[in-house]
Design a protein around this ligand. Structure first.
Ligand SMILES: [Fe+2]
Length: 243
Protein backbone atom coordinates (compact mmCIF):
# COMPACT_ATOMS: atom_id res chain seq x y z
CA UNK A 1 0.00 0.00 0.00
CA UNK A 2 1.68 3.15 -1.14
CA UNK A 3 -0.64 5.35 0.90
CA UNK A 4 0.41 3.91 4.27
CA UNK A 5 1.81 6.80 6.31
CA UNK A 6 5.45 6.56 7.30
CA UNK A 7 5.64 9.66 9.44
CA UNK A 8 3.33 11.77 11.56
CA UNK A 9 2.42 12.07 15.21
CA UNK A 10 1.51 8.83 16.96
CA UNK A 11 -1.76 8.31 18.80
CA UNK A 12 -1.20 7.88 22.55
CA UNK A 13 -1.20 4.30 23.81
CA UNK A 14 -4.33 3.16 25.61
CA UNK A 15 -2.80 2.00 28.87
CA UNK A 16 -6.04 0.35 29.96
CA UNK A 17 -5.67 -2.03 27.02
CA UNK A 18 -2.08 -2.95 27.93
CA UNK A 19 -1.31 -4.76 31.19
CA UNK A 20 -0.25 -2.55 34.10
CA UNK A 21 3.45 -2.72 34.98
CA UNK A 22 2.82 -3.79 38.58
CA UNK A 23 0.99 -7.11 38.78
CA UNK A 24 1.99 -9.18 41.86
CA UNK A 25 0.46 -12.37 40.42
CA UNK A 26 3.33 -12.21 37.92
CA UNK A 27 6.09 -12.12 40.50
CA UNK A 28 8.96 -10.57 38.59
CA UNK A 29 6.79 -7.58 37.64
CA UNK A 30 7.03 -6.39 41.24
CA UNK A 31 10.70 -5.45 41.09
CA UNK A 32 10.54 -4.33 37.45
CA UNK A 33 7.61 -1.95 37.80
CA UNK A 34 8.27 1.82 38.07
CA UNK A 35 7.84 3.06 41.62
CA UNK A 36 6.90 6.60 40.59
CA UNK A 37 4.17 7.99 38.37
CA UNK A 38 4.91 8.02 34.66
CA UNK A 39 5.58 11.30 32.88
CA UNK A 40 3.61 11.91 29.67
CA UNK A 41 5.68 13.14 26.73
CA UNK A 42 4.65 13.86 23.17
CA UNK A 43 6.32 11.87 20.42
CA UNK A 44 9.24 13.50 18.61
CA UNK A 45 10.77 12.86 15.21
CA UNK A 46 12.98 10.09 16.56
CA UNK A 47 9.90 8.11 17.64
CA UNK A 48 7.79 8.99 14.60
CA UNK A 49 10.33 7.85 12.06
CA UNK A 50 12.15 4.62 12.35
CA UNK A 51 14.14 1.81 10.97
CA UNK A 52 13.68 0.83 7.34
CA UNK A 53 14.03 -2.84 6.53
CA UNK A 54 14.27 -4.31 3.08
CA UNK A 55 13.52 -7.83 2.01
CA UNK A 56 17.07 -8.09 0.65
CA UNK A 57 18.41 -8.43 4.20
CA UNK A 58 16.51 -11.71 4.64
CA UNK A 59 17.89 -15.17 4.09
CA UNK A 60 15.78 -17.61 2.12
CA UNK A 61 14.85 -19.68 5.19
CA UNK A 62 14.60 -16.87 7.76
CA UNK A 63 10.83 -17.35 8.10
CA UNK A 64 11.04 -21.16 8.06
CA UNK A 65 11.82 -22.30 11.61
CA UNK A 66 11.43 -25.93 10.61
CA UNK A 67 14.54 -25.76 8.44
CA UNK A 68 16.46 -22.61 9.30
CA UNK A 69 18.66 -23.99 12.08
CA UNK A 70 20.42 -26.91 10.39
CA UNK A 71 18.58 -27.49 7.12
CA UNK A 72 17.16 -30.73 8.56
CA UNK A 73 13.51 -30.64 9.69
CA UNK A 74 12.64 -29.88 13.31
CA UNK A 75 10.41 -32.29 15.22
CA UNK A 76 6.84 -31.22 15.92
CA UNK A 77 3.45 -30.41 14.53
CA UNK A 78 3.97 -28.34 11.40
CA UNK A 79 2.05 -25.04 11.36
CA UNK A 80 1.82 -21.85 9.33
CA UNK A 81 1.50 -18.65 11.37
CA UNK A 82 0.42 -15.74 9.25
CA UNK A 83 -1.42 -12.46 9.41
CA UNK A 84 -1.23 -8.77 8.73
CA UNK A 85 0.44 -5.91 10.52
CA UNK A 86 -1.99 -2.99 10.69
CA UNK A 87 -2.05 0.25 12.59
CA UNK A 88 -5.00 1.12 14.79
CA UNK A 89 -6.62 3.08 11.98
CA UNK A 90 -6.68 -0.26 10.06
CA UNK A 91 -4.01 0.73 7.55
CA UNK A 92 -1.57 -2.02 6.58
CA UNK A 93 2.01 -1.38 7.66
CA UNK A 94 4.35 -2.59 4.90
CA UNK A 95 8.08 -3.16 5.13
CA UNK A 96 8.30 -3.76 8.88
CA UNK A 97 10.47 -6.39 10.54
CA UNK A 98 8.57 -9.17 12.33
CA UNK A 99 10.73 -11.43 14.52
CA UNK A 100 9.54 -14.48 16.45
CA UNK A 101 11.11 -16.81 18.98
CA UNK A 102 9.65 -19.85 20.69
CA UNK A 103 10.22 -23.08 22.59
CA UNK A 104 10.52 -26.35 20.72
CA UNK A 105 7.77 -28.96 20.51
CA UNK A 106 8.64 -30.19 24.02
CA UNK A 107 8.48 -26.72 25.58
CA UNK A 108 12.25 -26.16 25.80
CA UNK A 109 14.12 -23.08 24.62
CA UNK A 110 17.57 -23.21 23.10
CA UNK A 111 18.91 -20.95 25.85
CA UNK A 112 21.62 -21.62 28.42
CA UNK A 113 19.30 -20.62 31.27
CA UNK A 114 16.50 -22.97 30.24
CA UNK A 115 16.89 -26.02 32.45
CA UNK A 116 13.54 -27.66 31.73
CA UNK A 117 13.57 -31.47 31.54
CA UNK A 118 12.27 -31.60 27.98
CA UNK A 119 15.08 -32.30 25.49
CA UNK A 120 16.51 -29.91 22.94
CA UNK A 121 15.76 -30.70 19.33
CA UNK A 122 19.11 -30.66 17.50
CA UNK A 123 17.38 -29.26 14.42
CA UNK A 124 15.36 -26.49 16.04
CA UNK A 125 16.83 -23.09 16.86
CA UNK A 126 13.55 -21.35 17.66
CA UNK A 127 14.02 -17.98 15.95
CA UNK A 128 12.74 -16.51 12.69
CA UNK A 129 12.17 -13.21 10.99
CA UNK A 130 10.46 -11.71 7.99
CA UNK A 131 9.42 -8.34 6.57
CA UNK A 132 5.80 -7.46 5.82
CA UNK A 133 4.85 -7.12 2.15
CA UNK A 134 3.01 -4.21 0.50
CA UNK A 135 -0.28 -5.31 2.10
CA UNK A 136 1.28 -5.69 5.55
CA UNK A 137 1.20 -9.51 5.33
CA UNK A 138 3.71 -11.85 6.93
CA UNK A 139 4.03 -15.63 7.15
CA UNK A 140 6.11 -18.16 9.08
CA UNK A 141 6.41 -21.92 8.83
CA UNK A 142 7.20 -23.43 12.22
CA UNK A 143 6.26 -26.15 14.68
CA UNK A 144 3.72 -25.80 17.45
CA UNK A 145 5.64 -24.91 20.62
CA UNK A 146 5.08 -26.97 23.75
CA UNK A 147 3.77 -25.59 27.05
CA UNK A 148 6.35 -25.32 29.82
CA UNK A 149 6.42 -24.86 33.61
CA UNK A 150 8.02 -21.77 35.13
CA UNK A 151 8.93 -20.72 38.65
CA UNK A 152 6.22 -18.27 39.69
CA UNK A 153 3.43 -19.89 41.71
CA UNK A 154 3.48 -23.48 42.95
CA UNK A 155 2.53 -25.04 39.60
CA UNK A 156 2.38 -22.35 36.92
CA UNK A 157 2.65 -23.25 33.25
CA UNK A 158 2.98 -21.07 30.20
CA UNK A 159 0.41 -21.93 27.54
CA UNK A 160 1.74 -22.72 24.07
CA UNK A 161 2.95 -19.39 22.77
CA UNK A 162 5.16 -17.64 20.26
CA UNK A 163 7.00 -14.43 21.21
CA UNK A 164 6.68 -11.67 18.63
CA UNK A 165 8.64 -8.45 18.13
CA UNK A 166 7.55 -5.90 15.56
CA UNK A 167 9.39 -2.77 14.54
CA UNK A 168 6.78 -0.44 13.08
CA UNK A 169 7.44 2.34 10.61
CA UNK A 170 8.51 4.42 13.63
CA UNK A 171 10.33 3.43 16.84
CA UNK A 172 7.30 4.59 18.84
CA UNK A 173 5.28 1.75 17.28
CA UNK A 174 7.63 -0.96 18.54
CA UNK A 175 5.59 -3.83 19.94
CA UNK A 176 6.71 -6.96 21.78
CA UNK A 177 3.93 -9.42 22.46
CA UNK A 178 2.99 -13.08 22.54
CA UNK A 179 0.66 -15.17 20.40
CA UNK A 180 -1.43 -17.95 21.93
CA UNK A 181 -3.32 -20.79 20.28
CA UNK A 182 -7.09 -21.09 20.10
CA UNK A 183 -8.46 -23.69 22.50
CA UNK A 184 -5.43 -23.99 24.80
CA UNK A 185 -6.84 -24.57 28.34
CA UNK A 186 -3.69 -23.11 29.91
CA UNK A 187 -4.37 -19.60 28.58
CA UNK A 188 -6.89 -18.71 31.27
CA UNK A 189 -4.64 -20.14 34.00
CA UNK A 190 -1.55 -18.16 32.98
CA UNK A 191 -0.44 -15.43 35.44
CA UNK A 192 1.16 -13.45 32.61
CA UNK A 193 -1.97 -13.56 30.45
CA UNK A 194 -4.00 -12.60 33.50
CA UNK A 195 -2.12 -9.32 33.92
CA UNK A 196 -4.22 -8.09 30.97
CA UNK A 197 -7.32 -6.42 32.41
CA UNK A 198 -9.70 -6.57 29.44
CA UNK A 199 -10.83 -10.03 28.23
CA UNK A 200 -11.21 -8.57 24.72
CA UNK A 201 -7.50 -7.68 24.77
CA UNK A 202 -6.67 -11.29 25.72
CA UNK A 203 -8.79 -12.53 22.82
CA UNK A 204 -6.69 -10.39 20.46
CA UNK A 205 -3.63 -12.44 21.49
CA UNK A 206 -5.26 -15.80 20.74
CA UNK A 207 -4.75 -16.88 17.14
CA UNK A 208 -7.67 -18.82 15.68
CA UNK A 209 -7.16 -21.98 13.66
CA UNK A 210 -7.32 -21.00 9.98
CA UNK A 211 -8.18 -24.03 7.89
CA UNK A 212 -8.36 -21.80 4.81
CA UNK A 213 -4.57 -21.48 4.90
CA UNK A 214 -3.85 -25.04 6.07
CA UNK A 215 -2.12 -27.24 3.52
CA UNK A 216 -3.76 -30.69 3.20
CA UNK A 217 -1.54 -33.55 4.37
CA UNK A 218 1.12 -31.02 5.38
CA UNK A 219 0.35 -28.40 8.04
CA UNK A 220 -2.33 -26.50 9.95
CA UNK A 221 -2.46 -22.71 9.98
CA UNK A 222 -3.15 -20.01 12.57
CA UNK A 223 -3.94 -16.39 11.85
CA UNK A 224 -2.51 -13.62 14.00
CA UNK A 225 -3.10 -10.00 13.01
CA UNK A 226 -0.91 -7.48 14.80
CA UNK A 227 -2.11 -3.94 15.48
CA UNK A 228 0.41 -1.16 16.09
CA UNK A 229 -0.14 2.39 17.27
CA UNK A 230 -1.80 4.56 14.68
CA UNK A 231 -0.83 7.97 13.45
CA UNK A 232 -2.98 11.05 13.49
CA UNK A 233 -4.09 11.80 9.97
CA UNK A 234 -4.65 15.05 8.17
CA UNK A 235 -8.11 15.28 6.65
CA UNK A 236 -8.37 16.98 3.29
CA UNK A 237 -11.50 18.23 1.60
CA UNK A 238 -12.56 15.70 -0.97
CA UNK A 239 -12.69 17.79 -4.13
CA UNK A 240 -11.82 17.13 -7.72
CA UNK A 241 -8.83 18.81 -9.33
CA UNK A 242 -9.74 21.94 -11.30
CA UNK A 243 -13.03 22.59 -9.46
FE1 LIG B 1 8.16 -18.04 26.37
Amino acid sequence: MSDAPTTGPLIARNRLWHPPAYTPGYKTSVTRAPSRALVAMGSTLSEETGPAFGRDMLGELDNNLILNFTGQPAIGERIIVHGRVLDETARPVPGVLVEIWQANAGGRYRHKKDGYTAPLDPNFGGCGRTVTNAEGRYEFLTIRPGAYPWPNGVNDWRPMHIHVSVFGSGFGQRLITQMYFEGDPLIKRCPIVNTIPDPAAIDRLVAPLDMGMAIPMDCLAYRFDIVLRGRRQTHFENRREGM
